[in-house]
Design a protein around this ligand. Structure first.
Ligand code: C5P
Length: 227
C-alpha cells in the first residue's frame, strides 16, 4: 500500500548521469526505500522478449505491464537482484539490449500508465529515493525534493564504459556515445513523460564530481527541505 505521507526524493536525469549509483548510496545512507524505475521498464521489456511479444505493440505491452511478475530483492551497496517470472534476470537486465528495448517500451503511453501505481507503491515510511526520468514530473509530482542530474555525453559514455568493463563486457566508447545519443533523443522527444527537469527541480551537473560529492550535495539539499 502506498503511504502518501512518506517523503520522496525524486532524482531524474539521462542515463549515465550517475543517478543509479547516487540513489543507492543515498538510500543506504538515510535508510530510505529505493525505486529503480528504469529496472521496472527493463523488466517489462525482458518479460515481453520472453513471450516473443512485439515491444512496440501498445495493447500487448500494457496488458503485460498490469500482470508483470517482477520482484526486487534489495542488496546493500549493490544493484538489487531482480526476478522476472520467477527467474533471476539481474545480469540480463543491465545489458545494453535490455536498456534499448526498455526505452522503446517506455515510449508507449499505455505501458507507462499501466506501471504508474506499481511505482507509487514503493512510497513507504520512512521515505523513498526514486530514480528515473519522470519521477518529479509525473510519478511523484508532490515529491519533497526534486533533483535533475546531468553530465556531459562524453562523461556519461565513459561511466557506462567503466560499469560494463567491471561486468566483463567490452564495448567501444564510440559505440556507447552513439547509443547514449539515440536513447537521449528518444527519451527527450517522446510524446508522453519526456525526459525533462520538473519546473521546481534543482539542477545538478555531476561532470567531474565523485559519487560521494554528489551524494553530499543531495543530502544537504534534502536536509534543508526536511528541516
Ligand atoms: O535508467 P535506465 O537506463 O535503467 O532506464 C532504461 C530506459 O527506461 C530509459 O532509457 C528510459 O527510456 C526508460 N525509463 C523511463 N522512465 C523512467 C525510467 C526509465 O522512460 N522513469
Amino acid at each position: 500500500m502506498t503511504d502518501w505521507a512518506a517523503p520522496v526524493l525524486a532524482v531524474d536525469g539521462p542515463g549515465g548521469s550517475g543517478k543509479g549509483t547516487v540513489c543507492r548510496a543515498l538510500a543506504d545512507a538515510i535508510g530510505w526505500h529505493l525505486l529503480d524505475s528504469g529496472a521496472i521498464y527493463r523488466a517489462l521489456a525482458v518479460a515481453a522478449e520472453n513471450r516473443g511479444l512485439d515491444v512496440d505493440d501498445p495493447c500487448a505491452l500494457a496488458d503485460l505491464a498490469y500482470r508483470l511478475d517482477v520482484v526486487f530483492e534489495p542488496a546493500p551497496n549493490r544493484h538489487s537482484r531482480v526476478f522476472v517470472d520467477g527467474a533471476d534476470v539481474s545480469m540480463r537486465l543491465r545489458s545494453e539490449t535490455a536498456g534499448d528495448l526498455a526505452s522503446r517500451v517506455a515510449a508507449l503511453p499505455e505501458a507507462r500508465e499501466a506501471l504508474l501505481e506499481r511505482q507509487r507503491a514503493f512510497r513507504k515510511a520512512p521515505g523513498l529515493v526514486a530514480d528515473g526520468r519522470d519521477m518529479g514530473t509525473v510519478v511523484f509530482p508532490d515529491a519533497t525534493l526534486k533533483v535533475f542530474l546531468t553530465a556531459t555525453p562524453a562523461e556519461r559514455a565513459q561511466r557506462r564504459h567503466n560499469q560494463l568493463k567491471e561486468q566483463g563486457v567490452d564495448v567501444s566508447l564510440a559505440h556507447l556515445l552513439d547509443e547514449i545519443a539515440v536513447r537521449d533523443e528518444r527519451d527527450r522527444n517522446r510524446a508522453i513523460a519526456p525526459l525533462k527537469p520538473a519546473t521546481d527541480a534543482e539542477l545538478v551537473d555531476t561532470t567531474g564530481l565523485s559519487v560521494d560529492e554528489v551524494v553530499e550535495r543531495l543530502l544537504n539539499l534534502l536536509q534543508k527541505r526536511l528541516s
